[in-house]
Write a protein that binds this ligand. Sequence first.
Ligand SMILES: Nc1nc2c(ncn2[C@@H]2O[C@H](COP(=O)(O)OP(=O)(O)OP(=O)(O)O)[C@@H](O)[C@H]2O)c(=O)[nH]1
Ligand SMILES: [Mg+2]
Length: 394
Amino acid sequence: MRAALVGIDFGQGDFAASVEELNLLARSAGAEPVTTITAKRSSPDAAYFVGSGKADEIGLAVLDHRIEIVIFNHALSPAQQRNLEKRLNIRVLDRTSLILDIFAQRAASHEGKLQVELAQLQHLATRLIRGWTHLERQKGGIGLRGPGETQLETDRRLIGERVKALRARLDKLRKQHETQRRSRGRSQTFSVSLVGYTNAGKSTLFNAVTKAGVYVADQLFATLDTTSRRVYMGQEVGNVVISDTVGFVRELPHQLVAAFRATLEETIHADLLLHVVDASSPVRMEQIEQVNLVLKEIGADHIPQILVWNKIDAAGLEPSVERDEYDKISRVFLSARTGQGTDLLRGAIVEWAKNAPGARLNQAYHVDAEADEESAEPAAEPDSSPTLTHVGSH
Ligand SMILES: Nc1nc2c(ncn2[C@@H]2O[C@H](COP(=O)(O)OP(=O)(O)OP(=O)(O)O)[C@@H](O)[C@H]2O)c(=O)[nH]1
Ligand SMILES: [Mg+2]
């Protein structure tokens, strides 16, 4: 599908990089960007987001390049989207819808699909409701209820019901996760979650460390579902659980963050986050900041992090480890692709796991951990003297 990209420079951040990212997002959604239209503004226009002159320029580009869809690098209000579609006579997509669309295409698991549908419906609902109040105000009089409005009301009610059903099902799944996590908590397995900007190389690193065959691709949001693997890290710490998760992006639609709470549960409850950074990206610092913002939004900003500077092969860096002022490992430089430095990361995980609260217990426990997780009864109360109980029972 031939697409025209529209990016407006409001003088914030790295504009070129953000347009380049829109290009990647569009490609990841299956579109083929053939032209990019940019402009500078101090604030968005209320009616068209861009000025009407710019809108006409977009209209010309649509004809010139036989464009099938126009994609904005911004969140458009329902009115702006409608006005643009009318004026340009073509489908207009905003950044939020684009990301929702990629997620919808990628969702593979039952849970992933439910989460995406919930986010999409919530996105749609705000548009319907706003359209509805707008119509209400316009008509105002008694007896002027047209079939259009009745239809809207029905749509809104149906969406409301579906949202409720989806929430209930996701809630049930969330409780199941909680049960699984609690049983793991009982065995005190140290848990590590890979987080980071989309395309940073989380899945590649996950595969390198766990030998799992998770899908890796040079596209945004290749991973949507959380995959966890138990990895034996040697005598001292026994097993740790490592999870690969969905990537983050600048201005991740908040409906998605909320909907993916269940998927991100592993992250929220991890003992340690491996924050994977594409060291070869010129906007890596901005990406780190964006990831930390999302982590804050899901309540995972208090979990200790190791910054993993990945892709050192592309960045021309050497594998190494950096420590903070408390002598804790804070950064590891490696290449998930070539494997350089992955041993340093294993060492870092072992060191963190050894020093974690409950580490001794895990050590005494690791031999039977696998069997115990399967048979553990759900929602056990925390033990008051876990060390003795667990060591004694084996
Ligand atoms: N040069 C280089 N490329 C890498 C390295 N690690 C990953 N890549 C590439 O980066 C791209 C993204 O890798 P993924 O592992 O899918 O990234 P991800 O963070 O899981 O991405 P999402 O799941 O989409 O959020 C792929 O093309 C990888 O081959 C590395 O160490 N060096
Ligand atoms: Mg991935």
